[in-house]
Design a protein. Structure first.
Length: 284
């Protein structure tokens, strides 16, 4: 009897070892979709473990893509921003932004191409790459991305375009932006203001909505099962994965903490204290 129990314990042990090995191999197959603000950096500070994670991913040729709602920077500006803070070997092709998703989404759904833009370089470049003509009047669309230089006059011009038949397109619906000393107005709040003024509804494109994920997956020819969404925000990064069937990992230290999980009722598949812990767990 004792020998039988020992044998069963050994079989169970082998089974669990195989499961662990299988999971690690599974992880190795998964492309990491990494959020930027609050996950890879905060302002110009690299988050703990960020540099090591990217170094190992590059060493092992493990695929990853930075997936961000931030539409301000072009891919080149995003790469320069990360290189400046100390990340190494960051390429322009490593980024997919809500501006890129919005430009691709509208190109696919509409044939018109005249765009009035509230936004910065990232949105303007994304639109021109997709064949849009940037204009100040007689526009077909009013695109809205974060624009720190926009003022009352610019918003009023946008409202006039919307009342003359232009369609409202917000790159993302972020309500607030986390700042080192508090919060700033998010792009979604500006989109909501223009929705109210024009009595139109913008399509939802950035995280947690499907278009940004679908276009990013299409860009890399990936299925949802082949990806792991990594981020600091339960309502955008994690919610996106939960609603659309992608495995999720919350990294603490950004927007949300463990207490927020029950408060918001949004439960990630994995929780890590920092990117060091994620790196160890996925065993690269
Ligand atoms: Mg974030």
């Amino acid at each position: 009897m004792e020998a039988l129990i020992t044998c069963l314990v050994e079989i169970c042990d082998i089974y669990f070892q195989i499961q662990i090995l299988y999971n690690k191999v599974g992880d190795r197959m998964k492309t990491l979709l990494l959020d930027l603000d609050g996950t890879m950096y905060r302002g110009t500070q690299i988050m703990p473990g960020g540099k090591e994670l990217i170094h190992v991913l590059q060493e092992k040729k493990h695929p990853y893509l930075f997936l961000t709602n931030n539409s301000k920077r072009t891919r080149r500006q995003n790469a320069a921003h990360m290189l400046q803070m100390g990340y190494e070997n960051i390429q322009e092709g490593d980024f997919f932004t809500s501006a890129m998703a919005a430009a691709i989404y509208v190109r696919k759904h509409y044939k018109e191409r005249r765009a009035f833009v509230i936004g910065e370089d990232g949105l303007k470049e994304a639109l021109m790459e997709q064949g849009f003509e940037l204009c100040e009047e007689q526009s077909d669309f009013v695109f809205v991305g974060l624009d720190q230089a926009a003022d009352y006059d610019k918003y009023s011009k946008a409202v006039n375009e919307l009342h003359h038949g232009a369609k409202l397109i917000g790159t993302n619906h972020d309500r607030m932006l986390a700042q080192p000393n508090g919060f700033a107005l998010g792009n979604g709040s500006v989109v909501a203001m223009l929705e109210y003024a024009s009595n139109q509804k913008s399509p939802c494109i950035g995280k947690p909505y499907a278009p940004i994920l679908e276009e990013a997956l299409a860009l890399r020819n990936l299925s949802k099962q082949e990806t792991l969404l990594v981020g600091d925000n339960l309502e955008t990064d994690i919610q996106l994965g939960i609603v659309h069937g992608v495995e999720t990992a919350l990294v603490l230290g950004g927007v949300h903490n463990e207490k927020d999980i029950d408060r918001l009722g949004i439960h990630p598949d994995r929780i890590y204290r920092d990117l060091h812990e994620l790196l160890v767990d996925i065993c690269l």
